[in-house]
Design a protein around this ligand. Structure first.
Ligand code: ZN
Length: 150
């Protein structure tokens, strides 16, 4: 398991150093800002919808490695998904990082996102890992323009 964990951390470091979809979306239908005062992470998630489908998704902001990598990997995962699929992935991801279910490895709907399973051992990091997802959820449900983890 040791080697596997190192590999996971490498994925997180890679995404935090070179975040994917790190840009604004000029034609975004939804834009929600998220803030995690515990760590100082700020992220703005942009979503462009086509019907019920996430046509494009991006983010901007600044934060710790975990929050940046999580936002980056979330955007990669959710492009092309329906809002319902995206919200279901959020539930699965939240359960994973809060230790409510274990990483399942191959075949898991979360796929690469399982690299965040180690976060469950560090409760203070859970808010970093879920910040972008909370913003996404607010964007898809149209609930709020700003979300805070507090
Ligand atoms: Zn953080």
């Amino acid at each position: 398991m040791g080697d596997l964990r190192d590999l996971y951390q490498e994925t997180i470091l890679d995404h935090s150093r070179r975040p994917r979809n790190f840009r604004t979306l000029a034609d975004a239908d939804r834009k929600v800002e998220g803030f995690n005062p515990l760590c100082g992470d700020r992220v703005t998630v942009f979503v462009s919808l086509e019907g019920d489908q996430v046509k494009d998704i991006s983010f901007q902001g600044s934060g710790c490695a975990i929050s940046t990598a999580s936002a980056s990997m979330m955007t990669e995962k959710l492009k092309g998904k329906t809002a319902e699929e995206a919200l279901s992935l959020f539930e699965g991801f939240h359960a994973l990082v809060t230790g409510k279910h274990e990483a399942r490895g191959n075949g898991s709907e979360l796929g690469k996102l399982e690299v965040f399973s180690g976060v469950s051992e560090f409760p203070i990091r859970v808010k970093c890992a879920t910040l972008a997802w909370h913003a996404l959820k607010a964007a898809l449900t149209g609930a709020e323009q700003t979300v805070s983890t507090e």
